[in-house]
Design a protein around this ligand. Structure first.
Ligand code: PLP
Length: 358
C-alpha cells in the first residue's frame, strides 16, 4: 500500500526517482530469493525472474528451456493445468511429450520417471505438492534421477511455499515456480527462480527488463507485497502447520464418520491445508452449489478448470473409481481458519450431503 500511495517511478528509468524505485524492487527481489534460499550472492548468481503469476512462470520455464534444448518434455499426469496446457502447446508444435504416471495415492511413479528420462530430454516439470489433493511429491528423489541423465528439472512449488520448508538449493532443481497469492500476498505476481547458469529463452521480446528474459515494466508494489507476504509467513509461529493439519484431520474424520466420505490422497504425505473428500453417490457440481448456498466455498478440481463439468484429470490419473471421481470436492483451510469454523463447516456439509442423498 505504501508503494501504491507513493506512486513510485518506473524502475527502469535512469533518473533519481527511477533509481529509488529500482532499489525497492531489487531489495524485494532479494527478500523473495532469500525466503526460498535462492543464492543471488553467487558468481554467477541464481536468478529470480518476476512474472505475472505462476502460470506465466511455468510457461517461461517449459517453453523457455525447450526453445534452447532439443528433446522430449517430461511432465506428470497430475500437473496443474498451466503445465499440462504448456506441454500440450509444445506437443502441437511437434515436441514429444512424455507423461509420468502416478499411483492411487496420488504420488508420481519414480520408476516410470526413470524410464521416461531416456535421452534426449529438453526439460522435466514436476510439482512439489498437488493443488487438488495436497499430496507432496518426491522431488528430491526425482532431482537425483534427473541429475543422473543431465535432464533439467523444473518444479512448480506453488502449493508448497509456506506450508512446507522449501529450500531451492536443497531441492536441487534447476528452476522453480511460485506465486504471491497462495500466501495471502497480492494477485498478479509470481516468480521463476533459475539456478546459476540455467538459461531460458524469453516468451516475449521487445524490452530489456530482467535482462530481456522477461521484458515489461516490473511492478514494484506487487514485488514488495510478494516479499512482505513471504516475510509474514516466515514470522508465523512454527506450529501453524501442525494446527492446520489437526483441523484438517478433524474435518476429514468427521466427514468420514458422519457422511461416509472417502479421503482422497489420505494414504500419502500431504500439505496441511488441503483436503479432498469424495461422497460416493453424490454429484460434485450439485454438492458445490448446495454448499455454496449453505455458505461453504469448495471447489471441484482446480480453480483454473472451475466451471468445467469434466471430471478431475488428477483423480482420473490416480485411477480412482467413478463414484469417487464423480463425488469429490476440495476444501482448503487458511491461516486464520478457526476450530469453531471447521466444526460448523463439518456440521453443514454432513447435513447437505444427507439431504442430497435423500
Ligand atoms: N500451479 C499450481 C500448483 C497452482 O495451484 C496454481 C494456482 O492455483 C498455479 C500454478 C497458477 O498460478 P497463477 O494463478 O499465479 O497463475
Amino acid at each position: 500500500m505504501d508503494c501504491l500511495r507513493q506512486r513510485l517511478a518506473n524502475p527502469a528509468s535512469s533518473h533519481r526517482l527511477g533509481q529509488q524505485a529500482r532499489r525497492r524492487l531489487e531489495s524485494a527481489r532479494q527478500a523473495i530469493a532469500g525466503a526460498v534460499n535462492a543464492r543471488l550472492d553467487l558468481h554467477p548468481p541464481d536468478r529470480v525472474l518476476l512474472t505475472s503469476g505462476a502460470t506465466e512462470a511455468n510457461h517461461l520455464a517449459l517453453r523457455g528451456m525447450a526453445a534452447l534444448r532439443p528433446g522430449a518434455i517430461v511432465v506428470s499426469s497430475i500437473e496443474h493445468p498451466s503445465v499440462r496446457g504448456c506441454a500440450d502447446q509444445l506437443a502441437e508444435s511437434g515436441r514429444e511429450v512424455r507423461v509420468v504416471r502416478c499411483d492411487s495415492r496420488g504420488v508420481i511413479d519414480l520408476g516410470h520417471l526413470e524410464e521416461l528420462l531416456a535421452p534426449p530430454v529438453a526439460v522435466v516439470s514436476l510439482m512439489l505438492a498437488n493443488n487438488e489433493t495436497g499430496v507432496v511429491q518426491p522431488i528430491g528423489q526425482a532431482a537425483r534421477l534427473c541429475r543422473a541423465t543431465s535432464a533439467p528439472l523444473h518444479c512448480d512449488a506453488v502449493q508448497g511455499i509456506g506450508k512446507l520448508d522449501v529450500d531451492f538449493r536443497q531441492l536441487d532443481v534447476d528452476a522453480m515456480t511460485f506465486n504471491a497469492h497462495k500466501l495471502h500476498g497480492p494477485v498478479g505476481i509470481g516468480a521463476l527462480v533459475l539456478r546459476a547458469g540455467v538459461q531460458v529463452a524469453p516468451l516475449m521480446r521487445g524490452g530489456g527488463q530482467q535482462l530481456g528474459t522477461r521484458p515489461g515494466t516490473e511492478s514494484v508494489a506487487l514485488a514488495v507485497g510478494f516479499a512482505a507476504a513471504l516475510e509474514l509467513w516466515q514470522q508465523t509461529p512454527a506450529d501453524h502447520r501442525r494446527r492446520l493439519a489437526v483441523l484438517r484431520d478433524e474435518l476429514e474424520a468427521c466427514l468420514a464418520t458422519d457422511a461416509d466420505a472417502v479421503v482422497v490422497g489420505g494414504a500419502a504425505a500431504r500439505v496441511p491445508h488441503t483436503l479432498n473428500v469424495a461422497f460416493p453417490g453424490i454429484n460434485r457440481q450439485e454438492l458445490l452449489l448446495a454448499l455454496d448456498v449453505a455458505g461453504i466455498a469448495c471447489s471441484t478440481g482446480s480453480a483454473c478448470a472451475s466451471g468445467s463439468s469434466e471430471p478431475s484429470p488428477v483423480l482420473l490419473a490416480m485411477g480412482l473409481a467413478e463414484p469417487i471421481v464423480e463425488g469429490a470436492i476440495r476444501l482448503s483451510l487458511g491461516l486464520d481458519t478457526t476450530e469453531e469454523e471447521v466444526r460448523q463447516a463439518a456440521r453443514q456439509i454432513v447435513s447437505v450431503v444427507a439431504r442430497l442423498r435423500r
